[in-house]
Each structure stands twice: as C-alpha cells, then as structure tokens.
Design a protein around this ligand. Structure first.
Ligand SMILES: *[C@@H]1O[C@H](CO)[C@@H](O)[C@H](O)[C@H]1NC(C)=O
Ligand SMILES: *[C@@H]1O[C@H](CO)[C@@H](O)[C@H](O)[C@H]1NC(C)=O
Ligand SMILES: [Zn+2]
Length: 540
C-alpha cells in the first residue's frame, strides 16, 4: 500500500456525523497531517498485518506449551467492561468489599480469580487514545482500525460515506467465525445493541454513530442513497452475521422503529425510512424456520428463557436507548446477569457450541460524567454476570474471557488508611489544607473553579454519596476522556494460558479462536494440530 493510500486512509475525507452519542462527541477532524507528524506504518492498513502479528505470538505460546493438556473450547464468552481500567477494577473490588462492611481492598471481583491474566495495548491505527469502535474491531475482529470505525480495516476513513460499501475493506468478527463453523452466536449489552462495542460483532461501518438510517442520511446527504452504506440497525437485522444471531439483548429500540411509531415506553423511533425492524426481524427469522420471540421487559425475558423449549431466536430490547444504570433501574429492568443467563439458555442447545459477547457498557458512561459510584457499581454488575455464566458453563469446554476496550482517566489517589471509604475523601489534604477525594479525574464535567486564588472547592461540604455527584476533575470538559493505559485480559477454561502476556488487543479474538479451533488460518489449523499432538502424546 502506497504512502498516498495511507494518507487517504488516515485523513478524514468527510465531515463527521453530528452523532447522537452524548458521551463520545468528537472534536473537528484534522484536514491533513501536520508537518513532522508521525504516521502509522502503511502495513497497518492491511488486515493480514494484524493476522500475522497475532499468529506469531499465538504460535510462540503454543510452542511454549500454553495449551498443553487443554481440551478444545466449544463455547467462548467474551465479557467486556467498557472503560474498565485497572483503577476501576481496584476501586470496584474495594467498593464491593466495603458494601459488606469489610475493609474491602482484599476482595476479589469474581473474574479476578481466573487462572490467566494478560494485558492488552489499546491504541488504534490513527489514535493514541482509543474509542470503543476501533477497539471493538480489535478485540472482536482481530484487526486494528481507525477511531470511530467498525468492522472495517484502517483503509476506511471515519465518516466516509462510500468507503464501507462493498466488502473490500470488511473484516469479520469471531461471531461470524463461530457461525461459519456451525456454532451459534449472540450479543448482550447494557447499551443500545447498535452501540459501538456490540456493533463491532456484526456491523461494517465507517462511522459508529450511524445507528439508524436517519444518521446515515444526515451525514451523507451529498451521497446518492444507493451509494450509502446501510445503517447499523439494518445490518444487524438483515446482514450476516447479525441476521443469524440467536440472541440479541440490550437497549436501543429507537434505532429499529419509524419516527412515527412509539415504543413500549412511549418513546418515538428514529428511523426515517418507515421500517419497523423489530417486525422485520421476526419475519426474517420465521422465514429461516426459527421460532422467534421479541421481549421488552424482565418478566417476558424470564418467561421466554425459562420455558421448557426456549425460542430458537430471541430479540430483547428493554429501553429506547441504553438500559438504566443498575443503581437506577426499575423492577422490570433486567440486570446484566439476567440477560447473560437468558442468552446462555438459548445458545447452549447447539452441540457444536457458541460465541457470546456480553458487555457491561455503562461503566464508560458513568466515567464520562465523573460519576465513580455508578462506574464501580456497573463493574460489580459485570462481575456478577461473569459469575452467573461460570455457574452455567463447564470450565472444561467453555472459555470465559473478561477484558476492557480502553481505560479512563480516573485515578485512585493517596493516601487513605486501609479500609478507608473508597468513595470518600482521602485521609490527607492538599497543600492548602483542603480535602480531596480518593477517586478523582484528570478531566471532565466535575471540574470546579477555585473558590479563591489557589484554593480548591472542598467537596466534603456536599453530599458526595449521591449517585449523580460528579467527582473532581482537573481540566474542564463536558465529557471526561478515555485513557491510554493497557487493559487487563482474564481467562478461564480450555487453553486459557494462550491469553497470557502483554499483547495487542487485536490478538484477543485470534487467541480465543486458537483455543476453540475456529476462525481463519492459521489459528484454527494450529489448534487442530496441537489437539492431534496432545491426543497422541503421553503428556496429558
Ligand atoms: C453493615 O453495617 C451497617 C451498619 O452497622 C448495617 O446496617 C448493615 O446491614 C451492614 N451490612 C452488611 C452487608 O453486613
Ligand atoms: C420522520 O422522517 C420523515 C422522513 O425523513 C421526515 O420527513 C420527518 O420530518 C421525520 N419526523 C420527525 C418527527 O423527525
Ligand atoms: Zn467512552
């Protein structure tokens, strides 16, 4: 690929969609690379680059005996804590323990007991600090991409109206690999099912914000309709692999309904094309010979999943947009653990196995608003969902992975005593004698002007135990930013040791594929080879 092509890929050619994602507003795109700017190696625009990079690392781990004695993963469940940084996990485990009146720091989130831990580097091809779209493309499709893009290589510039049309630059997810192998697949999230993280499992889009046709039409008014890509909701219902998913559970009804239709809660849809994609999903699934069911609250979800014969395909949309935070949920709202259990009940009937993606998507949103009480609680909820899945799936045939897409800029400040309230003030004060909280942010809406020259506001004067009380931020921003730290990768189940070590985020699905003998070469063939080797070897 030439340098000119690289530049074409990296320079934004189109204005960004206005977007309706309050947590991820973007600044103006840069028109051109600045003089002296460092640009990524052109090889990074090719999916093969990332495949070779992952293959080398995986084969080294196999050669080192990472899969010795392991069976093959029939099922793979990938749990994603959106924005679950290292500091988030450390504070969440203290918070979990303190809710039981313990000191807290010694507590384990359920997945922290998994036998393998790795680290993943989250940068994207055009971004030092990642977003959930390019990272989703990495940990689900095994390819690093440009910020804001989904299921496409870095040859596609964000917001380019024609670049993702046709399959030239499409990259497939591990959900697609599982389906191609005769297994089943599904997605579960607390965000809209069309939001960036789950969408990376099925969509190919130059822009994460193109969730309904209205978004595409607004951004691509100058592109004739027949040359525009499909919106993300339509891809989920009508394109491979979304159209074959057995389970789709989360929020986002508004992206599926016409702007003339009200949903169960009286919220209008956002579609301009007049299509009711929930009805179309039912019809399309029935045409495949599947017993398809749509549910919209917890009681309906339970009735469907606990039935003697659960439906063949289950679509559950529980909110117009995102699901509420767990701390603010109503009794009819399912928890992430409820959704995970229902998904596994539907998927577990395929003897060949399944791939399931489960996202705790609102850790990220709470951090963007500098609300650590909500962020920590959502992290605890993710751990509860992992625990529910672990109780339902056999460690001998099910690989459970828990990771994050990117960090956030919450810090866990010094120096509280052991057992100090992790959501309270530190035991120390600043140089002017003003208290500060144990958790604070480098930036975000929690910024407060100094009350006098050099004198910070004293947050302990306020009710900082309120869920919506923003903690302190150093630089004012309407939305706190992601962070560039590495994220953790926890693994339990067959060949879990393949996930150990510091790795590119794009290795995650490929190493999982090597544990499950699925996906494109070389991972599936390598998996079959060591299986044969293991079978013929005395080494158990
Ligand atoms: C923790 O202690 C408080 C105050 O003594 C008590 O009300 C609460 O029930 C305790 N919680 C647990 C989980 O033990
Ligand atoms: C609904 O979509 C139609 C077709 O694009 C448009 O003309 C109309 O203004 C929209 N209505 C609302 C309430 O947005
Ligand atoms: Zn975010």
């Amino acid at each position: 690929m030439s340098r000119a092509a690289l530049l074409a890929g990296l320079l934004a050619l189109a204005t960004l969609a206005q977007g309706h994602d309050e947590y991820h507003r973007q600044g103006a795109p840069r028109a051109r690379a600045e003089a002296g700017e460092r640009l990524a190696d052109p090889a990074e625009l090719r999916p093969e680059h990332w495949a070779q990079d992952a293959a080398a690392a995986t084969l080294r781990r196999l050669a080192a005996g990472a899969a010795r004695g392991a069976g093959v993963a029939r099922n793979v469940v990938l749990f994603l804590g959106d924005g679950m940084s290292g500091a988030t996990m450390a504070a969440a485990r203290a918070h979990l323990g303190q809710r039981s009146n313990r000191t807290g720091e010694e507590t384990d989130l359920y997945f922290e007991t998994f036998p393998t831990v790795g680290l993943a580097k989250t940068y994207c091809v055009d971004a030092q600090i990642a977003d959930s779209a390019c990272t989703g493309t990495a940990y689900l499709c095994g390819v690093k991409a440009n910020r804001g893009t989904l299921g496409v290589s870095a040859a596609v510039a964000r917001g380019h109206c024609r670049a993702a049309v046709g399959s030239d630059h499409h990259v497939d997810s591990i959900a697609a690999w599982a389906l191609q192998d005769g297994r089943d697949a599904g997605i579960v999230t607390t965000t809209r099912v069309t939001h960036a993280s789950p969408a990376a499992a099925y969509a190919h889009s130059a822009e994460r914000d193109w969730e309904s046709d209205t978004d595409v039409a607004d951004a691509c008014a100058d592109t004739p309709a027949e040359h525009r890509q499909d919106d993300i909701a339509k891809q989920l219902v009508h394109s491979f692999p979304g159209n074959q998913f057995r389970v789709i559970l989360g929020g986002g009804r508004r992206e599926f309904l016409p702007n003339t239709t009200l949903d169960e809660d009286g919220t209008p849809g956002r579609r301009s094309d007049g299509r009711d994609l929930i009805a179309e999903w039912r019809t399309a699934q029935a045409a495949r010979g599947r017993r398809a069911q749509y549910v919209s609250d917890l009681a309906q979800l339970r009735a469907a999943a606990d039935a003697a014969a659960p439906p063949d395909a289950l679509l559950g949309l529980f909110a117009a947009s995102h699901l509420p935070y767990h701390l603010q949920a109503a009794p009819g709202d399912p928890s992430l653990a409820d959704l995970t259990e229902a998904a596994i009940r539907v998927l577990a009937r395929n003897p060949r196995g399944f791939f399931l993606f489960v996202e705790g998507g609102r850790i990220d949103h709470a951090h963007h608003d500098n609300l650590p009480r909500l962020a920590l609680d959502e992290t605890v909820e993710l751990a509860a969902a992992v625990e529910r899945a672990a109780a339902l799936l056999d460690e001998r045939d099910s690989l459970l992975l828990v990771t994050s897409d990117h960090a956030h800029v919450m810090t866990y400040n010094g120096y509280a005593r052991r057992g100090g309230d992790v959501l309270g003030p530190s035991d120390e004060v600043d140089a002017r004698g003003v208290p500060y909280m144990t958790l604070s942010y480098a930036n975000g809406p929690g910024f407060r002007p100094h009350v006098a020259e050099g004198l910070r506001d004293d947050l302990t004067r306020y009710d900082y135990t309120a869920a919506e009380f923003p903690f302190e931020a150093g630089a004012p921003r309407s939305s706190e930013t992601h962070g560039g730290d590495d994220v953790a990768v926890f693994a339990r189940g067959p060949a879990h040791a393949l996930l150990a070590g510091l790795q590119q985020q794009s290795h995650v699905p490929r190493r999982a594929a090597a544990a499950a003998c699925l996906g494109p070469p070389p991972h599936a063939p390598a998996c079959r080879r060591w299986r044969r080797g293991a079978a013929s070897s005395a080494d158990p």
